[in-house]
Write a protein that binds this ligand. Sequence first.
Ligand SMILES: C[S@@+](CC[C@H](N)C(=O)[O-])C[C@H]1O[C@@H](n2cnc3c(N)ncnc32)[C@H](O)[C@@H]1O
Length: 201
Amino acid sequence: MIDEKRHAPATLRNRQPLLDALRPHLPASGLLLEIASGSGEHAIFLAENLPGLIWQPSDRDGEALSSIRAWMADAALPNIRPPLALDAGDPAGWPDLAPDAILCINMIHIAPWPATLGLFAGAGRLLRPGAPLCLYGPYKRNGQHTADSNAAFDADLRARNPEWGVRDLEAVAEVAARHGFDAPVVIDMPANNLTVVFRRS
Ligand SMILES: C[S@@+](CC[C@H](N)C(=O)[O-])C[C@H]1O[C@@H](n2cnc3c(N)ncnc32)[C@H](O)[C@@H]1O
């Protein structure tokens, strides 16, 4: 039998710091919509450690959806829903959900800018006032890289796809403001990453 589970090694390194950073900002209960769940490993770990939340994973990519389903079958957690096919860049096509929080880990630098625009448009529409949209990943601050390793990563991303690249946090916050989010809480994370929490105004 083919094992459809994908493994992203970084998830093992960042999942515990991510859980610690997110926990104070997430509601204790309710529905969390995860955008771009990838392999599904974060969904399993975070859902297991945040049992009051119902986890709704999603991704645009069919192989990611198969991987999420395969990890879910092994973990057999009661609080994860089957993954949804969801393109962040097409917010009009998002399912009609009323999440209490939205989480998007490591997508906005590995997707064209319209995916970020769509993410905030969709999240701005679905989230009620006060609810969080949490992002994780590398960012520039005021147009500058915060570490040589991020600059090298950015160059590598752009070589793979000129529409990808490490985003400027201020540009992302500007998009967020246009879609009704407050200025973010920014949490420094290991390996020059940030957790960024926007709240719907
Ligand atoms: C680097 S992986 C991150 C996966 C996972 N969040 C993690 O941190 O391990 C980027 C993911 O973004 C997804 N993705 C890229 N563009 C997307 C879009 N427009 N809408 C939804 N998912 C997208 C890809 O399919 C991929 O699973």
